[in-house]
Design a binder for this molecule. Structure first.
Ligand SMILES: CC(C)(COP(=O)(O)OP(=O)(O)OC[C@H]1O[C@@H](n2cnc3c(N)ncnc32)[C@H](O)[C@@H]1OP(=O)(O)O)[C@@H](O)C(=O)NCCC(=O)NCCS
Length: 145
């Protein structure tokens, strides 16, 4: 590790990628099980979701998913599930992933890109502000039944 980080949009739910997500996603959320290979294939096949992958010396070190969709007020974008392997942090992988997502959202004609990040995620919040994201005055609600 230590070379330049490369970012690409995943095109195939390979065993390698499925395994990489199984390693990375628990570092983001302990409550959500990582997707099976079939589930990952569905995510990649969906026109609404793009799974970006960051590689360092070929090894997958990070991921981000961009969600693009249209609603009556226009095209919208969300960034979700951003995580970089603990051993590869601080090398700009998350920055490269986020810039790749912003570039794709811009190509799709989206004027703004949304994300949420808990205040306790200090590295993430610093990163997003450094890249130009600004806090938005709104209430975030969740219904869990
Ligand atoms: C947030 C996260 C994705 C950032 O990944 P990253 O590739 O280290 O990010 P970058 O290198 O582009 O920069 C992030 C910042 O974290 C700092 N940082 C975090 N961990 C670091 C480490 N182990 N060593 C050095 N710097 C570190 C970087 O210096 C940088 O700080 P700056 O913005 O003040 O310059 C990663 O820390 C992570 O996966 N955290 C756990 C999951 C999470 O919080 N995801 C975001 C959900 S919203």
């Amino acid at each position: 590790m230590g070379g330049p980080v490369r970012v690409e949009a995943a095109t195939e739910a390979t065993e390698e990628l499925t395994g990489a997500l199984a390693r990375l996603l628990p570092q983001l959320s302990r409550s959500s099980p990582p997707p099976s290979r079939e589930e990952l294939a569905q995510i990649i096949a969906s026109p609404a979701t793009t799974v970006f992958v960051a590689r360092d010396d070929d090894a997958v070190v990070g991921t981000l998913t961009l969600v693009l969709f249209r609603i009556p007020t226009g095209p919208r974008a969300w960034i979700e599930d951003v995580v970089v392997d603990e051993a590869a942090r601080g090398q700009g992988a998350a920055e490269s992933l986020t810039r790749a997502a912003l570039a794709m959202a811009a190509r799709a004609g989206v004027r703004s890109v949304d994300l949420t990040s808990r205040p306790s995620r200090e590295a993430a919040n610093r990163l997003y502000r450094r890249l130009g994201f600004e806090p938005r005055e709104t209430n975030v609600y969740r219904y869990t039944g």
